[in-house]
Design a protein. Sequence first.
Length: 256
Amino acid sequence: MAGLLAVDVGNTQTALGLFEDGELARRWRLATEPQRTGDELGLFLGGLLDLASLEGISLASTVPALARSYEELAAGVGTRLLVLGPGTRTGIPIRYDDPREVGPDRIANAVAALDRYGAPSIVVDFGTSTNFDVVSPAGEYVGGVLAPGIEVSMDALFERAARLVKVDFVAPESAIGKTTESALRSGLVYGFAGQVDGIVGRIRAELGDETAPVVATGGLAELIAPHAKTIDRVDPFLTLEGLRLVWERNATAPAS
């Protein structure tokens, strides 16, 4: 069965989703390896799905080298590739001073949020950075907030503090930690939950809508969301849905 492969390449993780008849049938989350060539991608992804049967690939990549590798992959298997970037038809007006500066994953999130949750809406994407992306009441992408991500922040702390050790990313049993590990987990979860609530509060105030829905996505969304008062729902593969929608809106356009 022909399907669409949506690929969201981040700096640390890559999310992939196979859509069949518009539904997300299979999904994977893998470490991003920037040095992979198109041939290597073909060998690796060929073990997960039938590349020859694909209708196409819809790609958002923050790693330029891998964007080129996916171009090589698509050419090698004879399938169409759509790279989300400047000039791509998204169906959402981009109200940003320089639209070329906006990461493609952020646009995909806004496209999916508008389609699924309406306007206004706010997306919090927990990736290498924690991105807040805003859809205005008029259904426009109007920008957002970029903050250090969870893993980046914790890695920086461990590097600077010799007596601290890395901990698993799990929820603490209480806010007051009785051990170094539990104190670190408390700081991680409640610290980022508080950051989300503070930033969302300011965004809602600027939108003039204190009830604008907030959806969390990304690999660590389910860790933070239960402890953030402002997050309404978790949609782990929202970016992939946005890539599917962008693909459909460019179905008759020339291949990238």
